[in-house]
Ligand binder design. Structure first.
Ligand SMILES: C[S@@+](CC[C@H](N)C(=O)[O-])C[C@H]1O[C@@H](n2cnc3c(N)ncnc32)[C@H](O)[C@@H]1O
Length: 342
C-alpha cells in the first residue's frame, strides 16, 4: 500500500502545522520521506498560516470529511481540541463519544486503520473526572484494535525554555509493539536566544502594569518571564510558563514589562525563524498557545518510527505498553461496530 522509505500521514486539527514541522524534522534526520495525505482545521486564520508555510490549504470541519475519502496513510497525527472533555467524561462508553471531536479521530482510525497514531492534549486530561475521561479515550482506542500508551512530557525537558506539560497518546495496530518514550535533552536553550533584540513600543505594558509588577517582584540581571497566576501571584523564571491561547495579555511579561512578540512565541514552541507569520497579533498569539512544541513531537515521532521499524533502534529492555489497553480488534467488538454502523 505504501512505499518502503516513505511515510504518509494525516494532520488532523492541524492548527498552524506544529505536527507537520515535527514530522518533517524527524523524517529528514532519519533520511525518510514524509508526505502529508490530508490536513484539516476549521479555523480560517490557521488555514491561512498553514497554507502560507506548507503550500496547501487544510480542509475545514473534520465532521464533514467522509472517512472513505481520507487517503491511505501510515500515521494519524492529531492535537485534538480539549473542548469535548466535559462531554466525554460523563459518558458511559465508546458509543457515547459519538458527537465529540475525539470520535472524529476514532471514525477515521476505524475506517483507514493506519499503522500508528500520535495524539496530543493538555495535561488536565489525565486527572479529568478522576481519570475517567482518559480511561474512556484509551478504551475507545484499544477497542479499535490499537495497543495504546500515554505519557506526560514537558517542553522544558526538550530544550525549549517553556514549561509546557502535555499528554501524548500513542497507539500501534500491532498489539505487541512497545514504545520507548523519549527522555529529552539536558540543555535548555537560554531565554536570551529566544528574545528579540529590538522590540516595538506597542508590545510594552502600560506604566501602571509595569509599576504593579515591579511592586510584586524584583527585576533580575538576566532575562526572565514574569507569570501572573489566576490568584494574581507573580513569579519570574528564566523560562516561560505555558503559552495559552486565551490568557490575558499581561499573563506573561518579559522582564515584567513587555509582551512576547509573535516570533518569540513561535520560537518558544520550537518553530524555525523561516516560518512565515501571516496573521495578526491576536491570531498568532492564539495559534501559538494552541500549538504543539515541535521538538517534543519530533522526539516522540522518532520513537514511533523506530518502534514501527522504519529505523533500526537499539534493544531497550523493559518497555511495555500500558497493559490493560493492549489492542483488541475492533472487528471483535460489537460495541464499536454498533456505534460505527449506526
Ligand atoms: C489544540 S489545537 C491544535 C493545534 C495544532 N496541533 C498545532 O500544532 O498548531 C486544536 C485545533 O482544532 C481545530 N478545530 C476545532 N474544531 C474543529 C473541527 N470541527 N474540525 C477541524 N478542526 C477543528 C481548532 O481550530 C484548533 O486549531
Amino acid at each position: 500500500m505504501l512505499s518502503a522509505n516513505g511515510i504518509r500521514y494525516v494532520d488532523l486539527f492541524c492548527g498552524i502545522g506544529g505536527f507537520r514541522l515535527a514530522i518533517g524534522q524527524a523524517t529528514r534526520e532519519l533520511g525518510l520521506d514524509a508526505t502529508c495525505a490530508l490536513s484539516c482545521d476549521i479555523d480560517e486564520s490557521c488555514q491561512d498560516a498553514y497554507e502560507a508555510n506548507f503550500g496547501e490549504r487544510p480542509l475545514g470541519d473534520i465532521r464533514a470529511i467522509v472517512a472513505d475519502d481520507v487517503p491511505d496513510h501510515n500515521l494519524l497525527l492529531a492535537g485534538f481540541p480539549c473542548q469535548p472533555f466535559s462531554i466525554i467524561g460523563s459518558m458511559l462508553g465508546f458509543e457515547d463519544t459519538r458527537g465529540t471531536l475525539f470520535f472524529e479521530i476514532c471514525r477515521i482510525l476505524e475506517r483507514k486503520k493506519p499503522e500508528a497514531f500520535v495524539l496530543e492534549n493538555v495535561k488536565l486530561l489525565v486527572g479529568h473526572k478522576k481519570g475517567r475521561t482518559l480511561k474512556k479515550i484509551l478504551h475507545s482506542l484499544a477497542h479499535l484494535g490499537y495497543a495504546v500508551d500515554f505519557k506526560v512530557l514537558n517542553s522544558l525537558d526538550f530544550g525549549l525554555p517553556q514549561k509546557r506539560e502535555r499528554i501524548f497518546i500513542v497507539g500501534f495496530r500491532a498489539p505487541s509493539r512497545a514504545l520507548f518514550w523519549p527522555q529529552g535533552v539536558s540543555k535548555m536553550t537560554p531565554l536570551e536566544e529566544i528574545l528579540e533584540k529590538r522590540v516595538a513600543k506597542k508590545y510594552y505594558a502600560s506604566d501602571r502594569i509595569i509599576k504593579s509588577r515591579l511592586a510584586a517582584h524584583k527585576k533580575r540581571s538576566y532575562a526572565t518571564i514574569w507569570h501572573e497566576n489566576k490568584a494574581g501571584h507573580i513569579s519570574a523564571y528564566p523560562y516561560s510558563c505555558a503559552l495559552r491561547a486565551g490568557a490575558s495579555y499581561n499573563y506573561l511579561l518579559v522582564n515584567g514589562e513587555r509582551r512576547l512578540t509573535p516570533r518569540e512565541m513561535l520560537r518558544l514552541q520550537g518553530f524555525p525563524d523561516t516560518y512565515k507569520i501571516v496573521c495578526n497579533y491576536s491570531q498568532t498569539r492564539k495559534q501559538a498557545g494552541n500549538s504543539v512544541s515541535v521538538p517534543v513531537v519530533s522526539a516522540v515521532l522518532r520513537s514511533v518510527l523506530e518502534t514501527l521499524g522504519y529505523i533500526s533502534g537499539q534493544e531497550k529492555p523493559g518497555a511495555t505498553m500500558t497493559e490493560q489497553y493492549a489492542g483488541t480488534a475492533s472487528e471483535n467488538c460489537p460495541e464499536v461496530q454498533a456505534a460505527l454502523s449506526s
